[in-house]
Design a protein around this ligand. Structure first.
Ligand SMILES: [Zn+2]
Length: 423
């Protein structure tokens, strides 16, 4: 097993041109005494849309690490893989996000459920968990219901793990299990049952991505009951610490927060929970970087601004098709989207004010932002026109990419208020 560091932070780079700018944010954080390991992740869906390959992600990450002289660890995440998609990642990745969300709800057979319960009588009754004030009370029916719903998914996670391990032939890697792309959040008692079932599969899970309460829409802030999120997050941490001891899971096992970019209102609760418990964290922020490319282009003005406007106009035209694959993770109100002609009149400042995630700016438009977030296919279809614009505007784009990750994400997640740099 490759041991995961305490804090890992997933970044994504749709077009593989920003790895260096991203890595600079980690350097700035390290300079303040907080080591966080970068993880470059890209799902198969994104590779297909952009027509890229895991080898490209690996090459970009390696080049950035070498050019900036980064000497700490860094990881490449095969994001949301399954048996059908994992193979092309195998030569390039050392972190695997094993996605079994589609198998949640595939009912386990009654005899499998009975066997599971026989093996785990400790799950039934009153369970004292350090860090949770009231003990969990779990009935036999609760365990049956959770087992029926999740056993198959956990079994599949084991199968995918063994497939990867077989292909890796002794080479170390990190395994995550993700269950976030589903409708219902998993409760802390369900998390306990799930971890027991994963432990039965006998593989060293080091991060688990549950679906949390509330909405984690792409590129915008968290929408939901903050107090409930905080409670759930704290309870999940306690359940994980309990499961590590009870089931001999790796001591490094930690929570993974997916769609973690831009969820500014939960960063405070997360930071407090980590400080209180000493727990680690993995957070994915992949999609936010592509929007900084657009912001940089708009800020550059001239032809670059025109290109950013053209991308919006096309995205607006192809809205239905672009939004469809992301329907459950975006909320775009059509009536709040500016028309293409209106945007055509915009200055650099107007475009960046609308797009940049600064909720204190009255011109910020989360609908505009979400549509562009899923609109990277438009840029991909522009091919070299887009890539050449990235190259021509490296400086202004890179500044925005680094600042967004460091200032808006890392600072509120990892630095106590009194330690923060003044903006
Ligand atoms: Zn996810």
């Amino acid at each position: 097993m490759k041991t995961i560091d305490k804090f890992t932070f997933g970044v994504g780079d749709r077009f593989a041109h920003q790895a260096e700018a991203q890595l600079r944010a980690f350097q700035q954080l390290a300079d303040r005494g907080i080591p966080v390991t970068p993880v470059w992740n890209k799902s198969n869906r994104e590779h297909l849309i952009v027509d890229s390959d895991p080898a490209g992600t690996r090459a970009a990450a390696d080049a950035a690490v070498s050019s900036l002289g980064w000497t700490s660890d860094y990881l490449l995440d095969a994001d949301h893989i399954n048996l059908g998609t994992v193979d092309r990642y195998l030569p390039h990745c050392d972190f695997y996000t094993i996605d079994v969300a589609d198998d949640i709800g595939t009912p386990a057979a009654p005899e499998e459920i009975a066997t599971f319960i026989d093996r785990h009588p400790e799950l039934i009754g009153t369970i004292e968990i350090e860090g949770i004030a009231a003990p969990l009370r779990i009935t036999r029916e609760d365990v049956e219901k959770t087992a029926r719903q999740f056993l198959k998914a956990c079994e599949l996670a084991g199968r995918i793990y063994r497939h990867i391990a077989g292909a890796k032939d002794g080479e170390d890697f990190i395994a995550e299990v993700s269950m976030d792309e589903t409708d219902d959040p998993q409760t802390p008692p369900e998390m306990l049952v799930i971890l027991a079932a994963i432990a039965d599969q006998g593989f060293p899970i080091q991060t688990i991505a549950p679906k949390f309460t509330g909405r984690f829409n792409k590129g915008v802030d968290y929408v939901g009951d903050l107090a409930r999120f905080e409670q759930e997050f704290n309870d999940d941490l306690a359940v994980i610490a309990h499961a590590i001891k009870a089931y001999g899971l790796p001591g490094t096992l930690k929570l993974s927060v997916h769609s973690g970019s831009d969820k500014f209102s939960i960063y405070g609760p997360i930071r407090r929970a980590l400080a209180r418990t000493g727990a680690g964290l993995h957070i994915k922020t992949a999609g936010t970087t592509w929007l900084e490319e657009l912001i940089g282009l708009a800020e550059a003005g001239g032809e670059a601004l025109a290109l950013a406007k053209q991308i919006y106009a096309t995205a607006l035209e192809k809205k239905e098709a672009l939004c469809e694959p992301y329907a459950t993770v975006i909320d775009v109100d059509d009536s709040k989207l500016p028309g293409a002609e209106e945007v055509n009149e915009w200055t650099s400042g107007h475009y960046t004010d609308a797009l940049r995630h600064d909720q204190s700016n009255p011109a910020y438009n989360q609908h505009f932002r979400q549509l562009l977030h899923v609109g990277f296919k438009v840029a991909a279809q522009l091919g070299d026109t887009y890539l050449d614009a990235l190259k021509a505007n490296t400086g202004v784009i890179g500044k925005n990419v680094t600042e967004n990750i460091y200032q808006r994400h890392m600072v509120p997640l990892f630095l106590e208020e009194e330690d923060r740099p003044r903006q």
